[in-house]
Design a protein around this ligand. Structure first.
Ligand SMILES: O=C(OCc1ccccc1)c1cn[nH]c1
Length: 234
């Protein structure tokens, strides 16, 4: 199946990058189809206005609902379709996780709505929820200037999981946060040269003793996880 990805943004140029590297390959071999749209194409005034002051006062600007509604009509359609997944990256979203990426990798159509300014008029999200399957997703507890970078991160996490995308799918199975893996952080990795700037690869990894290697790796993962992410060890 081919996944169709649409991006709605006042900076559609952010998504030119999707034509290169791994994602570019996925586009070339027809696994994904990417369409970036300029929200301003659905404005009608001379200044192509997409924002206005917040009702109730407060600092900053809010994205007007009208351009979003017309863009939705043009890009997605006016009939409800729960098979379309609409993503709003936002600091107030639910945390985006590998399992969410896993689920989204089986979806045929995803539309990213990239907010700017202080955010999008809430009625846009409410309307979208009456029409499609909506996800308000957060990448973490920090604020970006807009949803574009978050949309790229979510895209990469999702597209790499599409069956047939990655050369060696077994490398996916072993990753942290992969299904079946306990939620442990990745152990330290090494490759040649065995000695580099006075630092040697841990001997156990050169022993060829797979039992001991597995044991060392598990121990390293446990230590690292306990130290950096005690929340994962619950
Ligand atoms: O900044 C983010 O999204 C862009 C955004 C959207 C709406 C209003 C302000 C900023 C973000 C941070 N973590 N996850 C997402």
């Amino acid at each position: 199946m081919t996944m169709r990805l649409d991006y709605l943004s006042i900076f559609p140029g952010y998504f030119d990058v999707l034509d290169i590297s791994l994602l570019g390959k996925a586009v070339d071999n027809g696994l994904v189809e990417v369409h970036a749209h300029d929200l301003r194409d659905w404005t009608h005034d001379r200044h192509r206005t997409v924002d206005d002051t917040p009702c109730g006062g407060g600092a900053g600007m809010v994205m007007k609902p009208d351009p979003w509604g017309e863009a939705f009509d043009g890009i997605i359609g006016i009939e409800p379709d729960p098979s379309v997944h609409v993503i709003f990256p936002t600091p107030s979203g639910i945390p985006f996780t590998q399992s969410a990426a896993q689920e989204l990798s089986t979806v045929e159509r995803v539309v990213f709505c990239c907010g700017r300014y202080e955010g999008i008029d809430h009625r846009v999200i409410d309307y979208a929820r009456t029409m499609w399957t909506v996800h308000e997703l957060s990448l973490g507890d920090y604020v970006l200037n807009g949803g574009e970078v978050a949309a790229l991160a979510i895209t990469e996490a999702v597209v790499r999981l599409i069956p047939g995308f990655m050369g060696n799918p077994e490398s996916l199975a072993e990753e942290s946060f992969s299904p079946g893996q306990e939620r442990l952080l990745e152990y330290p990795l090494f490759t040649r040269p065995v000695s580099w700037r006075g630092m040697d690869v841990p001997e156990v990894l050169m022993s060829g003793h797979h039992g001991r290697i597995a044991e060392w790796r598990r121990e390293e993962s446990l230590l690292l996880t306990r130290d950096r992410r005690p929340d994962l060890t619950d």
